[in-house]
Design a protein around this ligand. Structure first.
Ligand code: GTP
Ligand code: MG
Length: 197
């Protein structure tokens, strides 16, 4: 798919205030600092459409971007940010689950995981949650530029083996690097294919 236009629409702290029309949307979720905002910029060929930062906790709101005037990309805050209180963790969880449970127009979520790391409980639990709610998702492995090809293969295989302990089938997955522009076509083709269904 060719990206002809990509524009910021709005930021919201409340899912009830998100765009009311029914155009399809795709949301990016994962731990803080995993590379969600960078991935949105890479996918859309824009340098700073979504705000990125070396410090975790940069994205705090639900951010809608409209692509080719026909579908939304949604940048979400990261979960698992250690330096927040228990109360704000709870409030944050509610904010995220409200989003996923109330956005009827969500076609698919993308759960981002850093390709360098072993499967983390917080990510596996989040995928479990999406499964229980019947929300389709794909896994996006990020920062593949940090590993050599052989190591990429090994890490992805290990991840898949872990998933197969609880899942009958693997979700679609994508190997990406925002800094090396890797995986752009794979993710965009997936979006295009599911968008037409
Ligand atoms: P929060 O909004 O805080 O949840 O973070 P995020 O998941 O949106 O991460 P963001 O895109 O802001 O990137 C976090 C850091 O990772 C930044 O320093 C990015 O430059 C770096 N980063 C993101 N993607 C890649 C990548 O593909 N390769 C490398 N090497 N670094 C990356
Ligand atoms: Mg972000």
């Amino acid at each position: 798919m060719k990206i002809k236009s990509a524009e910021f629409v709005m930021s919201n702290s409340d899912v009830a205030k998100c765009p009311k029309n029914r155009i399809p949307e795709y949301a990016f979720i994962g731990r803080s600092n995993v590379g969600k905002s960078s991935l949105i910029n890479m996918l859309t060929d824009r340098k700073s459409l979504a705000k990125t930062s070396g410090r975790p906790g940069k994205t705090q709101l639900i951010n809608h971007f409209i692509i080719n005037d026909t579908w939304y990309l949604v940048d979400l805050p990261g979960y698992g940010y250690a330096r927040v209180s228990k109360t704000s963790k709870k409030a944050f969880q509610k904010f995220i689950t409200n989003y996923f449970e109330q956005r009827q127009q969500l076609v698919s979520a993308f759960v981002l995981v850093d390709i360098r790391h072993q499967p983390q409980i917080i990510d596996l639990e989040f995928m479990q949650y999406l499964g229980e709610k019947g929300i389709p998702f794909g896994i996006v492995f990020t920062k593949a530029d940090k590993l050599k090809p052989k190591a990429i293969e090994r890490h992805v295989d290990d991840y898949c083996q872990e998933l197969l302990k609880t899942w009958e089938e693997l979700p679609p997955y994508f190997i990406t690097s925002s800094s090396k522009k890797m995986g752009q076509d794979d993710v965009l083709d997936f979006i295009e294919a599911t968008n037409e269904e």
